[in-house]
Design a binder for this molecule. Sequence first.
Ligand code: KG4
Ligand code: ZN
Length: 335
Amino acid sequence: NNDLIILGMETSCDETAVSIVRNGSEILSNIVASQIESHKRFGGVVPEIASRHHVEQITLVIEEALSQADVTYEEIDAIAVTEGPGLVGALLIGVNAAKAISFAHDIPLVGVHHIAGHIYANQLVDNLEFPLLALVVSGGHTELVLMREHGHFEVIGETRDDAAGEAYDKVARTLNLPYPGGPHIDRLATEGNAAAVKLPRAWIEGTYDFSFSGLKSAVINTVHNAEQRGEVIRPEDLAASFQESVVEVLVSKTVEAAEQYQVKQVVLAGGVAANKGLRTALMDKFKKMNSVKLTIPPLALCTDNAAMIAAAGTIFFEKGQRSRLDLNGNPGLDI
Ligand code: KG4
Ligand code: ZN
């Protein structure tokens, strides 16, 4: 039969993930072993601990993914693995596991950029139409990526300092919320009044670049100044105001770029895509723009997973891209 069955692997940060995807869009299995509990008490991901967990988990997660999909190595057409960017020690576990399987079972190997994976998570829920604009918002990245066709990525704007998720996590730490803080701020924001606290917006006129470190510092200063004056700011209000500032800039630049480049589709990608405020604001805006289709993946496909790597890997494989057995993890890989 002509089905294309791809095994995807993702170990760039703190999730050990393996997935089997048929024909680039049909998930047969999608296993994610999260390490969040192990990193929580350190307030962030500890690279050495992440690598050790990946080593312990990877073979179990591979077996689970094969067994849930009811697929054997003989039926797999290619192995797609995240080659970067990410934590080098974490990447190496996935890359080496993928190379070992590729060599032992004589299965082609395809290296995938992590952000390409996040963008292609959208192919698991919808057809992609070009030109396409992706708003990529994760713990390590905040980018507007223009795609004129499959497999071609043009970064038209990016953060000059902190990524959106990083800002969320740092603000959460200021409010003594557990790691990762994004979901906690998101939840608090729904109960707060954004107008109660004034925070800046980093527009950086004339570019699609972003900046979140000023906003983050403004939150920290607001909290400290209030403490010194013996005042209390409701964390809900602070969260709501912070979220409004982040979402306003993200949405407005996305709309502007979508219009300038006359895109057919806008997709949301990365862990911060799970943010309810962002999802709602984007849906409201693009409901009014009939010429643009907006796609937002379900929460489980927004945060790190391997189905998105398999989906991207399917396209790259079809285009003839192959990686050799000297494939290396590359923490600073460009898209
Ligand atoms: O894409 P991801 O799983 O890992 C990276 O590649 O970085 O993104 C993780 C980031 C974290 O910073 C986390 O706080 C953030 O996504 N995040 C959220 C939400 N859920 C996860 N940020 C805001 N609101 C959320 N609901
Ligand atoms: Zn990610």
